[in-house]
Design a protein around this ligand. Structure first.
Ligand code: SF4
Length: 349
């Protein structure tokens, strides 16, 4: 693609992107991605926005809600996470939530406009017994008409298949960072473990939700490398959450050098250019962004957010603030498909 071969100085701006250069690619080189990230900011935004408009409603944002269904005491050591048993944080541990509480929270999320309900459990991997309990939750949430997503750690092929049969729509498993920087963040499972779980999920026919976290002390080349891993998957993840590190006292990454806001927006724009069909989700860290920065992220191609005042264990924007910002930007939430609710009722009957 010619646009990615230009050095920043050679770039010409404001030219529409020919259709021939918008085909999906899975063979991006690191140099091409670095060149995209280094484009003059306006050129990067223009390209990202042009592609965004080819594949998405430019003024619509999908809303997901996230609920922690099992909190803390996790065996993994992800350096950013308050829920690792290895870190000294003040997290209140909770066992797997009862089904009734999940249903109640899902109904609130749906009434607040969420079209997808994500449930996260702090496990290295689910036991088959726990998986069956989560499946009950998935089926109950589907009955509300929302799409379902779970994030439960590593999955075997058989477990992925079981979730697919239960009707799960999305499975979240983030790459977190580049393969090169990965060892600075996690030591208890490998990058390849993550790729294997994603492969199982994809092979089962479940939509993949996978992205990463920026501002963990990684370099720009790590951001390019992480995006390369995502963009060169055999099928792009249908959903790509891009998080900005929320620094939590007691975690190893507390005090990391963060990421400049403009660099963060560039990464969103690059994700949009590399994976034009995917939903790019502005995820953790949003409550620390100004309205203007969020607006720039939407312009760069972010078209999904987490909604609700909590993201697992960290703060998120207030629902009313989000609605006010949407109103100021003329953004409307993607509609919950009412036919899904009817189909869900039929399923539960
Ligand atoms: S991010 Fe997930 S897997 Fe890692 S420590 Fe936290 S809960 Fe465990």
């Amino acid at each position: 693609m010619t646009q990615t071969q230009n050095s920043p100085a050679q770039t010409t701006s404001a030219q529409p992107i020919p259709a021939s250069t918008t085909a999906l690619r899975h063979d991006w080189t690191l140099q091409e991605i670095e060149a995209i990230l280094q484009l003059p900011f306006n050129d990067l935004l223009f390209r990202a926005q042009t592609l965004h408009r080819l594949h998405h409603n430019a003024n619509e944002v999908q809303i997901s809600s996230l609920l922690s269904i099992k909190t803390g005491a996790c065996a993994e050591d992800c350096g950013y996470c308050s829920q690792s048993a290895k870190h000294n944080t003040n997290i209140e541990r909770e066992r797997l939530l009862p089904l009734s509480e999940v249903i109640e929270k899902a109904q609130i999320a749906r009434n607040n406009g969420s079209s997808r309900f994500c449930m996260g459990a702090a496990w290295r991997n689910p036991t088959d017994k726990n998986l069956e309990k989560v499946i009950e939750m998935v089926q109950a949430v589907k009955d509300t008409g929302m799409e379902t997503c779970v994030t439960l750690g590593m999955l075997s092929q058989a477990q992925s298949q079981r979730l697919k049969e239960a009707g799960l729509d999305y499975y979240n498993h983030n790459l977190d960072t580049s393969p090169e920087f990965y060892g600075n963040v996690i030591t208890t499972r490998t990058f390849q473990d993550r790729l294997d779980t994603l492969q199982h999920v994809r092979d089962s026919g479940i939509n993949v939700c996978s992205g990463g976290i920026l501002g963990m002390g990684e370099k720009a080349i790590d951001r390019a490398s992480m995006l390369q891993q995502l963009a060169n998957m055999a099928q792009h993840p249908q959903s790509v959450p891009i998080n900005m590190l929320v620094q939590i006292e007691g975690t190893p990454l507390y005090g990391s050098e963060g990421i400049d806001g403009i660099e963060f927006v560039r990464s969103i724009g690059a994700a949009r250019i590399l994976m034009p069909h995917s939903q790019v989700r502005l995820s953790a860290g949003r409550h620390e962004m100004s309205d203007e920065m969020q607006a720039l992220c939407f312009f760069a191609g972010a078209n999904s957010i987490f909604y609700g005042d909590k993201l697992l264990t960290t703060d998120n924007c207030e629902t009313n603030d989000d609605l006010a910002l949407f109103d100021r930007l003329g953004i409307t939430p993607s509609k919950v498909d009412s036919s899904r609710a009817e189909a869900g009722k039929a399923h539960s009957a």
